[in-house]
Design a protein around this ligand. Structure first.
Ligand code: ADP
Ligand code: CP
Length: 315
């Protein structure tokens, strides 16, 4: 019998939308893309981002504690946990419905609240760089910095956003449970929002004030689960050289050596395409035969069939 391809999917912002209403609608088309892959005979594990959602939750919780002094402020790690549950809730319902619509009744869906250990000495703690929350104009960003003490930065030419620390993921705490669920044939949603960042202190795990990049967390998840593919679904069909310039060139195939050269030549914007290409290179280099694919959400099936997307592999 043909072995099923094991795929870890990393869902980007456009798969989830920016508001509650957008998310409810977006997860429907996202689920179609995921169930397409199940019907291609793949075994799928879903990870996702949370930038807009965790920013919204953290901002709302801070407003609550300003209004009601008896409410202490909610740590960012708890806000990540809240975002995992709320996104998982919408996603698992949309996936279940899409499977039932296609007469697939034998794949249970589970969302795993996932903690990811980070290194307290990670230099990223001193250098906030992960964009969260909504986009702002320069004036709105100045106001948010002044009123709420937010660190704000311009985000890849798309406006201003709040930025927070984003250390690298070191270890997925619940990997044993995730592995067991995957091996038993469940469709698992894990490492949402990059995972809840925690620091180990003896037997105790304490939340860290950070948001881990979901591209890096998904890569670690894919390595840990011995996946064949890491698929990063985003808002572009392919990775480009000279992105947005007149000499823009879309890439079908990218070997890891060329990818590293293009990274060094700054072809990929920090905070957007750069972590995706870095995660893809790390995965492709982790074991011969592993391939990463970066493509548009709606093109996931065509991508896995080799018809589109940028495929990253060893030379
Ligand atoms: N070299 C590049 N090739 C393709 N897209 C790029 C490149 N550099 C920057 N981008 C931008 O990166 C975006 C993907 O990053 P982002 O929106 O942060 O991802 P996510 O889907 O995880 O939220 C693309 O939609 C595109 O606008
Ligand atoms: N945590 C994370 O990487 O979220 P986004 O993909 O929304 O930026």
């Amino acid at each position: 019998m043909k072995q099923k391809k094991r795929i870890v999917i990393a869902l980007g912002g456009n798969a989830l939308g920016n508001t509650l209403t957008e998310q409810m609608l977006a997860v429907k088309s996202t689920s179609k893309a995921i169930v397409d892959l199940l019907q291609e005979g793949c075994e799928v594990i879903v990870a996702h981002g949370n930038g807009p959602q965790v920013g919204m939750i953290n901002h709302a919780m801070a407003a609550l504690s300003r209004e009601d002094r008896s409410q202490t402020n909610t740590p960012l790690s708890v806000c990540v946990a809240m975002s995992q549950a709320y996104i998982g809730y919408d996603l698992q319902n949309a996936l279940r419905e899409e499977m039932y619509n296609r007469d697939i009744f034998d794949i249970p869906v589970a969302t795993m609240v996932t903690q990811v250990r980070v290194d307290p000495e990670d230099p990223a703690f001193a250098c906030p760089a992960k964009p969260i929350g909504h986009f702002m104009t320069k004036e709105q960003a100045g106001f948010a910095a002044e009123k709420y003490g937010y660190v704000v930065k311009e985000d890849a030419g798309r406006g201003y956003r709040r930025v927070v620390a984003s250390p690298l993921p070191q270890e997925i705490i619940e990997i044993g449970a995730i592995h067991t669920l995957v091996e038993s044939g469940q469709l698992v949603i894990a490492c949402g929002g990059g995972g809840i960042p925690v620091i180990r202190k003896g037997n105790h795990l304490t939340g860290a004030s950070a948001v881990i990049d979901k591209d890096f967390a998904s890569e670690l998840l894919a390595e840990d689960l011995n996946a064949d593919y890491l698929i990063i679904l985003t808002a572009v069909e392919k990775v480009a050289l000279h992105f947005g310039k007149p000499n823009e060139t879309w890439l079908d195939d990218l070997d890891t050596e060329h990818a590293k050269k293009y990274i060094a030549a700054h072809h990929f914007a920090a905070g957007s395409m750069l972590p995706k290409v870095q995660a893809a290179v790390k995965f492709a280099e982790s074991k011969p035969g592993r391939t990463a694919l970066i493509t548009l959400l709606e093109k996931a099936r065509d991508g896995i069939l080799g018809k589109t997307g940028t495929h990253i592999h060893l030379p």
